[in-house]
Write a new protein. Structure first.
Length: 234
């Protein structure tokens, strides 16, 4: 399957006939290998990973915590539901442009990643709580089981079933949105900044090489998270 799409890419590059518009796969892979041999590549990739994973973690914590707050308080749910709907509906670019006036460039990708993750985790965790088997809850009350036991053994599995798929999806969203934020905010040492630089100087091979890097890291992170979550399910 990968060979088919590489062939399509090569044919398109041949049809265009201009590397500044669309570079062929071999040129891009060579450029990527050259970039991987530089310190700037790993510094930019590491800084971007740190920012986005920090934002992802914050989004997961906030989304999960706010879901439990809304479960316990109807007032909190009425106040937060419109806010979460607005966050999910607002284009990422709008948030990035607004944050350019409010936050330091280094923190914009962190905030954007958290904003993309938080509503998804909030909605799924809240749904998991609401979908908990009422029969099991009544059984817990009949046998006078502690609240902690009920949360761990009754609510926990129900929430986990909704939380785990949302966590994987949110990681991809955080990565893409975080890199997009870096392109506009251009923080020091960032993959997004390198993409923007390649675009400014019409370095199509470098731009595509960094794009391959973004795709590869995203797929790798999702694979690692899925494997970790499979271990948690056991």
């Amino acid at each position: 399957m990968a060979a088919f799409w590489l062939l399509v890419w090569q044919l398109l590059a041949m049809l265009v006939g201009q590397e500044v518009v669309l570079s062929p796969p071999l040129t891009v892979f060579r450029t990527l290998i050259r970039l991987m041999g530089t310190a700037d590549f790993w510094l930019s990739l590491g800084a971007t990973l740190l920012r986005i994973l920090l934002g992802y973690g914050l989004g997961v914590l906030l989304g999960t915590a706010l879901a439990f707050v809304c479960w316990k308080s109807r007032i909190a749910r009425r106040l937060l539901t419109p806010f979460m709907s607005v966050v999910r509906a607002t284009p990422v670019a709008s948030f990035i442009i607004l944050l350019l006036f409010l936050a330091r460039n280094q923190w914009i990708p962190v905030i954007i990643a958290a904003l993309m993750v938080m509503p998804l985790l909030w909605a799924n965790c809240l749904k998991g709580i609401e979908e908990t088997d009422r029969g099991l809850l009544e059984m817990g009350q009949v046998f006078e089981l502690s609240r902690g036991w009920q949360i761990r053994h009754i609510y926990g599995p129900s929430v986990k079933a909704f939380f785990l798929p949302a966590a994987v999806t949110a990681l991809g969203l955080a990565w893409k949105a975080g890199v997009a934020a870096e392109v506009l905010a251009a923080p020091e040492h960032s993959v997004g900044g390198m993409l923007y630089r390649a675009k400014i100087y019409l370095e199509n091979p470098e731009m595509l090489a960094w794009t391959l890097c973004v795709v590869g890291v995203s797929m790798g992170l999702e694979h690692l998270l899925k494997r970790r979550l499979r271990e948690v399910r056991r």
